[in-house]
Design a protein around this ligand. Structure first.
Ligand SMILES: Cc1cc2nc3c(=O)[nH]c(=O)nc-3n(C[C@H](O)[C@H](O)[C@H](O)COP(=O)(O)OP(=O)(O)OC[C@H]3O[C@@H](n4cnc5c(N)ncnc54)[C@H](O)[C@@H]3O)c2cc1C
Length: 351
């Protein structure tokens, strides 16, 4: 998948190979920009920490023809799909490598120098060995706890009040009444739709069942999920599988998405809706960050030359910021936490 030797320099270093980083890498490869994509995971796409529900517009954003193996289940005619993220991300990483992107799993960024007028030096741990790579520009796509955004001074660590805990299990052998309908329901004593219980049918008697609760209550997530599953008729007779958990940022997008020689995308930029939709904004912001860089070949990646990026995704930022402002003021939200998952809305996001 990767070039043989880890490079000492590149035009663009993309940190993180989730939807944001892969989308950025695909866009850069199409524009002919030299790029290196690193990910801390040993195997890109694995393990999955996501309910994998999104809109099929994702493939349009990525600019790829969907393969049947990338979709676990189509949820009726809504355009909503349940992805097979491990297969999708592994294949996209393969496509990036075929197009000349240097793809390096098992490689974590742990240090970042200040911008020296031409670029930044990144310190990484590549298969257990410390390496340095000099990049004219860095795209931070390293998710929730983004070390890259923190090292560049664009994000502060999130306290427990600013995170949500998610927990989910795959139920097999169940008989969902509505195989095409995702179910989102309130949880006792938590505001809906900020926190909720979900059940996503995946066909062949499989249902992904999970909950989203305040980070402070993460320790109770397993108990709350067990209780919600026990109280749901659709699961009767089903067997719960392995328990998974993860975190999501609360509170809306970062105030600054660019600095000298750096752009922050996806969940690293806290582009997550109220309710936890993060795949589509990650892919969209990753692509737009890459296009911003590709539009200025050869020019220095000073913040002022990257300022087009937040402008390109302004509608998306405003939409999410508005949702989180409403939560803060106790105002009612839209009908569903998945409100951005429709094509008309997405086209509005293009700046
Ligand atoms: C339990 C759960 C369920 C969810 N369900 C849904 C859903 O159904 N639909 C939806 O739209 N969203 C969902 N989300 C949110 C969604 O998963 C994220 O918003 C989305 O994955 C963000 O994509 P990303 O590329 O920005 O970051 P990520 O997918 O988090 O990718 C970041 C990558 O960066 C790598 N990385 C991290 N640190 C470093 C480092 N220092 N160096 C190198 N690499 C690094 C990680 O290994 C990871 O591969 C869910 C989240 C959780 C936790």
């Amino acid at each position: 998948m990767s070039r043989k030797t880890f490079p000492q320099q590149t035009s663009v270093l993309i940190v993180g190979a989730g939807p944001a980083g892969l989308s950025a890498a695909l866009a850069l490869s199409r524009a002919g920009v030299d790029a290196v994509l690193i990910d801390a995971r040993k195997r890109i796409g694995h393990p999955v920490r996501c309910a994998e529900m999104t809109h099929r517009l994702l493939f349009e954003i990525l600019g790829v023809q969907p393969r049947p193996t990338w979709v676990r289940w189509v949820l009726g005619k809504s355009g909503l799909v349940v992805l097979n993220r491990p297969r999708l991300e592994e294949d996209l990483a393969g496509l990036c490598a075929e197009k000349g992107v240097g793809v390096f799993p098992e490689t974590s960024l742990f240090g970042l120098s200040p911008f020296d007028g031409k670029g930044r030096k990144a310190l990484v741990l590549h298969r257990g060995r410390a390496r340095e790579v000099y990049a004219a520009c860095v795209i931070a796509a390293d998710g929730m706890a983004s070390a890259t955004a923190r090292l560049a001074g664009l994000a502060a660590p999130l306290g427990p009040q600013k995170v949500a805990s998610c927990a989910f299990q795959m139920i097999t052998g169940a008989k969902p009444e509505q195989e095409s309908n995702p179910f989102l329901g309130p949880l006792p004593s938590y505001p809906f739709p900020l926190f909720y219980f979900w059940a996503l049918p995946q066909g062949r008697g499989r249902i992904n069942a999970g909950i989203l609760v305040p980070g402070m209550d993460g320790g109770r997530a397993r108990f709350l999920l067990d209780r919600a599953i026990a109280n749901t008729r659709a699961f009767s007779g089903g067997r719960p599988g392995k328990f998974h958990c993860g975190l999501l940022p609360l509170g809306g997008p970062l105030k600054r998405l660019v600095g000298d020689g750096i752009l922050v995308t996806g969940t690293a930029a806290r582009l997550v809706s109220v309710g936890g939709e993060g795949i589509l904004p990650a892919a969209f912001s990753g692509r737009e960050a890459a296009r911003t860089v590709a539009d200025h070949p050869g020019s220095s990646a000073e913040a002022q030359n990257l300022a087009a990026f937040p402008r390109r995704i302004k509608n998306l930022i405003d939409h999410y910021a508005d949702g989180w402002n409403r939560v803060e003021k106790g105002m009612p939200l839209g009908k569903s936490p998945w409100e951005t998952l429709d094509g008309k809305n997405l086209s509005r996001f293009q700046g």
